[in-house]
Structure formats: structure tokens, C-alpha cells
Design a protein around this ligand. Structure first.
Ligand code: NAP
Length: 433
């Protein structure tokens, strides 16, 4: 009997696990169990819509999905349609690869005001994720602030000031494109509580900020370090390139282009200002001591009508699995959680790294499963299908997804890669035609 494996989620970590399992043995059957009718997790719902090259990795994932050993059960919600306990009863191994969909909280007064969003929600909104299509952020403001100095902060800031011609090849959701193109936003602040050396930006993404059609980066020269300091070689090389880009930005004039992205370092948010709606943000100047941001007691304010906190993500606890609330991950030993239970990707190690950083997780999990099971003992797929049928759960196969995919591609005009459906009902409707 083949080893039966259920992978909960269908983002990069899920696909790398499936790929490694398929490559390791013919005697393993793998089922993706995905809450949405659409596969690919963060590639579809997280990677910026103007980064289509990154999204092309799905071509590789498709090869795994159509392998005979693999099935996709979309539109099946673990925790509602089937429990984790049940999955563990019917599969030899269950791999949790559900990512980190929740926003970390700022923990400062005023963060619940209207106009303040976490980046998970905001990114989901412009990417047409069904959970966030009704977020409806009011972009009818002149200034926005993005908290955090990582790549998600750059994504959010960049999307906010994109021009029509820069979005023609993007698969941005219609509602977001309309709001962004109609928005009068002219200034976006990117706020870091520490300095450029500590910032998490990567070089390609920083350079992109210097080539925007209608926006010029603004950097205060006195906030840049004289040098990078003592770091391991590779890191030093990368950080030096970042510094070179910022030194160039520090010479750019504010009126070069109609819009500006201001990088403000050493600025720790302490309060979101305003009545019901955000009207500004109060910050404390910091210095960095032993790597930590330390407040100096000097405060200042930035007026803004929109705040997006891009300060990192947390995973979601799943009933039937342990959870480390503080770390926001599932406690695990290199991906092993419990007998027959594994974790891969962001739920295993936290929200860091690029897409391909999930590959080693997938390989490690596949190796653990191969070591832990000489052969399969549980029915897996047939038992899941029976259960879903009994419960009238309408699961979506990979062939079904391909129909949804074809319809989205067909609905797109010009160079646009696809026009996304943003409700589950619209996606299922295509399958009924
Ligand atoms: P991240 O890289 O961890 O950056 C989070 C930022 O938030 C850091 O600058 C952090 O500052 C700051 N922060 C955290 N708590 C804060 C607080 N309370 N107040 C102020 N600032 C706070 O996270 P991310 O940007 O969400 O990205 C997640 C992962 O996805 C990263 O590995 C990223 O590279 C990757 N990603 C890659 C791309 C790409 O390759 N194009 C695009 C998007 C995302 P401290 O360092 O001071 O804590």
C-alpha cells in the first residue's frame, strides 16, 4: 500500500514537499487539501501583482500537480469540512503548510482606527484574495505611511503609487486597480524603527523604487551610515549594494517626479493619531544600541490618511496541533511535529526568506516521511473522498482549477495576464457552465 500523505495548503512549501515526495518514491500518494478553489497560496495571493516573473514559478508547480501520484482537493476547509484529527486518522502522514496568514499587531494606541491595515489584509486586497475583496481601503488621501522596512513594505508602497501604464501587465484585482489609479496619494512614508543596515529590503526591490514612472525616492543623507560595518562577506556585499542605491536616492530632488516615497529610518511608531479615522502617526526617534532600537525621547508626527503595517506575519493555530502563540509557529523538530504530523514553510520556521527558501523544508519533510514509513497503512484519498461526499462538500480538482484559470486568462484584455475572480461563488460558477 502506498504511503498516504495529506498536505494542508497549496503554496510554495506544500508544492516543494509534494515535489520532493514524488521524486523520492513512486509508492507515495499525495493529496493537497486547500481552503480556496485556487492553488498556489502566496504566489497568487501574496506576491505583488506587478511581479509576474516571480509568479511564473507556478508553471513548475503545475507539473507536480498533474503527476499521477498527486490530487488537489480545493475548496475544502480543514477545521470546518474535515478536522485535522480526522485527517490524521485516515492518512499516514499529514503535512501542515498553511503559511502565516495573520498580521502581527503593532501594539500601540490607535491601531484599530479606520484607515489602518495590516499588510496581510492589504496585500490580499490588491491581489484579489476572496477574504479581503471587501476591505475597501479609502485611498482618497494625499499621504500614506507604511510601517516596516522589509520587502512587503516596498511592495505596498510601490503599488500605492503605480501609474496605469505600469499596471498593464499586472494581475492586480480590478477593485484595487481602480482605487489606486483614482487615488490622489502623492507621498508615501516608509518607516523603519532601525537603520538601513538593519533593514530587511533586498537589492532588486530597492532598485525598483528608483525606476518608478511617477515617483522619486527620498532619503535623508544624515540617516545613512558611513559604512556597513563588520558583517559576514555575503551579507556585507548585499548591504553595501543597498547603501549605494540609497546614497544615490539621497541626491534625488523631490520635484523630479509628481510623487515621492520617503524612507524614514530611526523612527519607532508610538501612536496612531486621529478620531475614528487615522489622521497621522506619532513616532519616537531612535538610536540603535547592540542591534536594538532604543527611544531617544524625541517625538515627531507625520500627517497621513492611510497606514499599512508591514511588520511581519503570524501563522494560524489549527485545532488538533500544538501552537506557539508567541513565536506564531507550530513547535517542531526540523519539520517533525508529532507522530505522522509535519510542518513545512512559514508555519514551521516563521515568515522569512524568498519563495525558494521553502524548498529545503519540502525536501526535509519528504525525507522524514520516507524514514518514518516503510510502507503505507492508511487509506488516505479514498477515505477522504468518502468523507467529503457524505458531508456534501464540493471539492475542486486541479482540472477544475485549470478551467477557472482558463476563464481568468480569457477574461483579461491586452497584455494583462488574467482578470481574477475574487469570490469563491464566481469561481465555482465557472465550473457549472
Ligand atoms: P520582514 O522582512 O521580516 O520585515 C518586517 C519589518 O517590520 C522589519 O523592518 C521590522 O523591523 C519591522 N517591524 C516589526 N515589528 C515592528 C514594530 N512593532 N514597529 C516597527 N517596525 C516593526 O517581513 P515582510 O516584509 O513581511 O516579508 C516577509 C518575507 O517575505 C521576507 O522574507 C521578505 O523578504 C519576503 N518577501 C520577499 C519579496 C521579494 O522577494 N520581492 C516580496 C515580499 C516579501 P525590525 O527588523 O526592527 O524588527
Amino acid at each position: 500500500m502506498p504511503i498516504s500523505v495529506a498536505i494542508v495548503g497549496s503554496g510554495p512549501a506544500a508544492f516543494y514537499t509534494a515535489e520532493a515526495l514524488v521524486n523520492s518514491s513512486k509508492d507515495v500518494s499525495i493529496d493537497f487539501i486547500e481552503r480556496l478553489p485556487t492553488p498556489f497560496g502566496l504566489i497568487r495571493g501574496g506576491v505583488a501583482p506587478d511581479h509576474q516573473n516571480t509568479k511564473n514559478v507556478t508553471k513548475k508547480y503545475e507539473k507536480t500537480a498533474i503527476n499521477d501520484q498527486v490530487r488537489f482537493f480545493g475548496n475544502v476547509n480543514v477545521g470546518r469540512d474535515v478536522s485535522l484529527v480526522e485527517l490524521r486518522e485516515i492518512y499516514d502522514a499529514v503535512v501542515l503548510a498553511t503559511g502565516a496568514p495573520r498580521d502581527r499587531k503593532l501594539g500601540i494606541p490607535g491601531e484599530d482606527k479606520a484607515g489602518v491595515f495590516g499588510s496581510a489584509d492589504f496585500v490580499g486586497w490588491y491581489n484579489g484574495h476572496p477574504d479581503f475583496r471587501d476591505l475597501n481601503p479609502d485611498l482618497n488621501v494625499s499621504t500614506a505611511a507604511v510601517i516596516g522596512v522589509g520587502n512587503v513594505a516596498l511592495d505596498v508602497a510601490r503599488l500605492l503609487i503605480r501609474e496605469k501604464e505600469e499596471l498593464v501587465k499586472a494581475d492586480i484585482a480590478d477593485h484595487a486597480e481602480k482605487a489606486i489609479l483614482e487615488s490622489p496619494i502623492k507621498d508615501v512614508y516608509i518607516l523603519g524603527r532601525r537603520g538601513l543596515v538593519e533593514a530587511k529590503f533586498t537589492n532588486v526591490e530597492i532598485k525598483e523604487m528608483g525606476k518608478l514612472a511617477a515617483c522619486v525616492p527620498q532619503v535623508k543623507p544624515d540617516q545613512l551610515p558611513d559604512g556597513i560595518g563588520d558583517l559576514p562577506d555575503r551579507e556585507k556585499r548585499l548591504k553595501t549594494r543597498n547603501l549605494e542605491a540609497f546614497l544615490e536616492y539621497s541626491k534625488r530632488l523631490p520635484n523630479e517626479k509628481p510623487k515621492r516615497v520617503h524612507f524614514e529610518f530611526y523612527a519607532q511608531p508610538v501612536e496612531i493619531l486621529g478620531n475614528d479615522r487615522v489622521e497621522g502617526i506619532r513616532l519616537e526617534r531612535t538610536i540603535v544600541e547592540e542591534g536594538r532600537a532604543v527611544g531617544t525621547g524625541e517625538f515627531f508626527e507625520i500627517e497621513c490618511g492611510l497606514v499599512v503595517a508591514a511588520i511581519g506575519y503570524l501563522s494560524e493555530p489549527l485545532e488538533g496541533a500544538p501552537f506557539d502563540e508567541k513565536g506564531g509557529i507550530i513547535p517542531n523538530d526540523d519539520g517533525r511535529v508529532d507522530d505522522g504530523l509535519y510542518a513545512a514553510g512559514w508555519i514551521k520556521r516563521g515568515p522569512s526568506g524568498v519563495i525558494s527558501s521553502n524548498r529545503p523544508d519540502g525536501v526535509a519533510t519528504a525525507q522524514h516521511i520516507q524514514k518514518d514509513f516503510a510502507q503505507g497503512a492508511k487509506p488516505g484519498r479514498t477515505a477522504l473522498e468518502k468523507l467529503l461526499k457524505e458531508r456534501n462538500v464540493r471539492s475542486v480538482s486541479f482540472a477544475d482549477w485549470q478551467k477557472i484559470d482558463a476563464a481568468e486568462i480569457n477574461n483579461a484584455e491586452g497584455e494583462r495576464p488574467r482578470r481574477k475572480f475574487t469570490t469563491v461563488a464566481d469561481m465555482l460558477d465557472i465550473l457549472d457552465r
